[in-house]
Design a protein around this ligand. Sequence first.
Ligand code: 2AM
Ligand code: CA
Ligand code: CA
Ligand code: CA
Length: 259
Amino acid sequence: MREDSKEIDAFLVSLLRTVGESLRGDSIKKKSVGTKKNRNDLVTNFDKKTEKFINSEIKKNYPQATIVSEEGYGDKVQDMSGLVFFVDPIDGTMNFVKRRDDFASMIGAYIDGKPLIGAIINVMDNEIYHGGKEIGLFINDKKIDNPKDLSLIEGLVDVSAPMALANKFNVQSVIKKSSGFRVYGSAGIIFGHLLTGKEVMYMSYLAPWDLAAGRVMCEAAGMSIVSIDDSPINMLESQVVIVGTQKVVSEALKTLKTR
Ligand code: 2AM
Ligand code: CA
Ligand code: CA
Ligand code: CA
């Protein structure tokens, strides 16, 4: 099992290295931009091209695996049995289009529903966060320690803009108890901040591909990750999740109005 983890980790790092190189070039090119659910929900030709590339590399190397991915080139996955890869080709598409910075590409690997390996590249910084419970966590080749179990008053929190603006679940009460509030606009970038202690909590409505890689790594780092209604995390559905240090998630759950 440990060997599987190592092999999949090395595969994902090498794949994201290639993807990152491409996307840094693509970021300055003219993009064809469309919308999905609403005018803020963007998709570009590069989201699609990148997903096609990642999925075909996964199928080439792991023909037995199934793929859950954002832009429609994955499989119709009904259950978590076997090896399942979750692919978010460009996370933070709005940032990719408007700012050409603070976007990521993410892949999470699960075996029979168990988190195995997560890999996230901060594209413009060329930093890959990767690993899992069995092999530990790394930024590029450097092993990282688990972040400190800080409390709410000691750290910055990130809440998705729609949830914060609408004060969903009274989330502003949590924000007010923290050191400060940030909205980075890319789940992948925020997972990097959580893993390095730069932020202590993230709350957002997330799809499986938004969550998969970050969940593997945050759990491996001893952090807490819960769904807002306290049901187990379901990797085949979207849900509101809170990820953060043990202390902060328990403080947040006491403060939030979840019903
Ligand atoms: P995306 O860029 O891959 O869509 C901020 O928008 C963060 O929330 C990003 O990580 C974004 O991922 C994610 N997100 C999830 N659902 C979204 C939606 N319906 N519209 C915009 N962003 C969404
Ligand atoms: Ca999207
Ligand atoms: Ca995403
Ligand atoms: Ca995406």
